[in-house]
Design a protein around this ligand. Sequence first.
Ligand code: B12
Length: 216
Amino acid sequence: MMSDRKAILTRLRDALVELDIDAIPGVCEEAMEAGISAYDTVIEGMAKGMEIVGEKYEEGEYYLAELVMAGETMKEGMAVLEPHLKAGDVKAAGKCVIGTVKGDLHDIGKNVFVTLLKAQNFDVIDLGVDVSPRQFIEAVREQRPDVLAMSALLTTTMTEMGAVIAELEKQGLRDGLKVIIGGAPSTEEYAREIGADATAKDAVEGARIIARWSRE
Ligand code: B12
């Protein structure tokens, strides 16, 4: 059984690296049939492949076209896994507004995080990518979420997260709201500096932090 599990997750990783968009749904289904959790399928399978794609891009072996294709491939897999991540008709654990900051179009990691939040019964309002501080503020004002989550993958856009928090404070919307930031350039130090409540190295850790908050 264990070797089955390892073999399927490895195939999933490799299918992502090979940008095999036709094979991905089938391998995801196999993972479900083999009793592998949907979480593990995302994190230990597809996300591992995505990491390798990132390395190949950095080494100049893959180009932007491959990155886009890898994103599409991951989406196909997520479509199969999403129903399995839903935890049933339990009451929503809380409400979260999320988006990728202004000037930033990276959403694969954010989407993984959204899926995990939905899986723990969070009501998620996803504002998408290239979200301006004004759009974040309006959503917080209208939706009154428990948590605001922001994603930034570029060192040039991560400062937007600080701008949003400063604006929340200015408009008296910061109290009672938890703010979590994520994406590769985010660090604990940066989170503290801009007044965020937390950051997470990956989506699973982020989902854990939010689950803890919702129990407080
Ligand atoms: C895929 C990709 C793209 C795709 C994005 C497709 C999409 N729909 O998202 C495309 C081709 C569009 C792209 C474009 C660009 N990219 Co790009 N891209 C990447 C790449 C290879 C992978 C990112 C990814 O999806 N990883 C997989 C996901 C699952 O991981 P993740 O994003 O890190 O997210 C995880 C965690 O960070 C966390 N997480 C993410 N968000 C959040 C939020 C919260 C709240 C929490 C808790 C957690 C969390 O959860 C995820 C899962 O654990 C990275 C390199 C890399 N290795 O990371 C470069 C990278 C981020 N890109 C980079 C660059 C430079 C660009 C471009 C400027 C390139 C160009 N010359 O045009 C443009 C910018 C476009 C823009 N305005 O945003 C640089 C950034 C350098 C920097 N430090 O600023 C990187 C690091 C590559 C490099 N080394 O040069 N890119």
